[in-house]
Design a protein around this ligand. Sequence first.
Ligand SMILES: [Zn+2]
Ligand SMILES: [Zn+2]
Length: 254
Amino acid sequence: MPCARGGAALLAGLFELIWPRFCLACAERLAAGDGPLGLCARCRTRLAPVDPRRACRGCLSPLPAGRDPLPLCLGCRRQKPPYERAIALWRYRPPATELVRAFKFHRVDHLGEAFAEAAEAAGLLAPLADVDMVVPVPLAWPRLLGRGFNQAERFGRPVARRLGVPLVRALARRGLPGTQAGSTRRERLARAPGSFRTRSPERLLDRHLLLVDDVLTTGATARSAAAALRAAGARAVTVLVVAWTPPGSPPGSP
Ligand SMILES: [Zn+2]
Ligand SMILES: [Zn+2]
């Protein structure tokens, strides 16, 4: 229907004129076709995808390409992750950092949908056909109170819809959490074990769960959450995050 399409394009053009959008990373004015990520064409090319065929399936550190089954790095072989594999869309560096910050702190809600769309377009959801449900990593309640939403859930919900499975809030945080920002890798790893408990564990029995979060840094949160899910009887856990922080990166704000 060319007429309806023309009408929609006209409406989009008018919308841009009245309410222009700006790139979340460089603040350039966005063009009409710049897409839902909120990045200009130049910033989109700076996003660094994490190629699952060239990464440790535990911590996503780079490994030589093309090995099958996906390998574990030396560190992950010594201390095996309680999940099958981790998957990330991008490296946590600009402009992915700006995207995640906008998502977490500035309530750019539609980004959850845009991340899920990007994950699907990158082929990251295709190998997850046997996932039974999506489980978001929960926020500690003081943070939830302050922020008003859990960003992992905002990403997880459109992922679940694309996979045709339910999103289940199967995890809760134990006790009072410490803040993660600025703490060292070692401190985070030490703090994480046993930070989660499961809710309605009967639903998890023998299921393949997709654990979703915004950023994977040390992997400590993912390990702790996956261990709780496995202890509750989950058959397998796969981890999906928007961004992965390479080791040695300056302490970020995830
Ligand atoms: Zn830009
Ligand atoms: Zn590893």
